[in-house]
Design a protein around this ligand. Structure first.
Ligand code: AMP
Length: 137
């Protein structure tokens, strides 16, 4: 699928839009989801332009998963989690709303997932959670 470089995450990567970042390196960015499905909902994205996991270069995918694990461990430590949902939606038919590949880390049970991309979270609370995760990284 053709990549639209005006999508929200592309604009966040170019710093045209703000994000509450928790981790960044040359290849990957992790930031807080603005409409969390649970407190601490974090997104991890490769910087390279790919719409879905299926479009992503396998080596970039492998590195991104390493960062997903690193951020998940920090979330576990910082937020005292017993479990975490890793979610990846590839394609609008799967419910993907932002056409830049990303991994959701959601501190909840699959049986208690909040509604997807439905309601803006409390920005102050999200910032406080981000600070805790950053401190654990
Ligand atoms: P998906 O539907 O899998 O593409 O997920 C996109 C996610 O991005 C949703 O969970 C949204 O809440 C989240 N989101 C949308 N816009 C922003 C934004 N500006 N900053 C952070 N998260 C966002």
């Amino acid at each position: 699928m053709a990549y639209d470089d005006q999508n929200i995450f592309a604009r966040i990567l170019r710093e045209e839009l703000p994000a509450i970042k928790v981790y960044e390196d040359e290849q990957v960015l992790a930031f807080m989801d603005i409409m969390p499905q649970a407190d601490g909902h974090t997104l991890v994205i490769p910087k390279s332009p790919a719409v879905t996991l299926l479009d992503l270069d396998p080596q970039v995918a492998a590195y991104t998963i390493q960062v997903v694990q690193k951020v998940a461990k920090a979330m576990e430590k910082a937020l005292g989690l017993d479990g975490i949902v890793l979610m990846q939606l590839s394609g609008a038919a799967a419910g993907q709303t932002v056409p830049h590949v990303h991994f959701h880390l959601i501190p909840t049970s699959v049986h208690q997932l909040g509604k997807h991309a439905a309601q803006m979270g409390d920005q102050e609370k999200i910032m406080q959670l981000a600070e805790k995760i950053k401190a654990a990284l």
